[in-house]
Ligand binder design. Structure first.
Ligand SMILES: [Zn+2]
Length: 73
C-alpha cells in the first residue's frame, strides 16, 4: 500500500517538474523577443530631423544620421 502511495507522490512531483520546465521554455522566447523592441533607443537624424532606431542609424562626423541616401552625404 505504501509503495503505491510513494509512486503516486513521485508521479505527481514529476508531473509538476515537467509542467514547470514546459512553462519556462514557453516564457523565455517571448521575453527575449519583446525586450529588444522595447529597449531600442531612438535617435534624431542630424540632417533631416526624423527619428530612427539606433540600429538603423549611421554616425558621420560625430553626428547621427538616418539611412536616407540624402543624409549620407
Ligand atoms: Zn536623415
Amino acid at each position: 500500500m505504501t509503495r503505491i502511495l510513494i509512486l503516486i507522490v513521485l508521479g505527481f512531483i514529476l508531473f509538476k517538474l515537467l509542467k514547470r520546465l514546459l512553462n519556462r521554455t514557453d516564457a523565455k522566447p517571448s521575453a527575449s523577443q519583446s525586450k529588444p523592441l522595447a529597449e531600442e533607443k531612438m535617435i534624431q537624424c542630424a540632417k533631416c530631423g526624423c527619428h530612427v532606431p539606433i540600429s538603423e542609424s549611421n554616425s558621420k562626423n560625430n553626428q547621427l544620421i538616418c539611412n536616407n541616401p540624402e543624409c549620407q552625404n
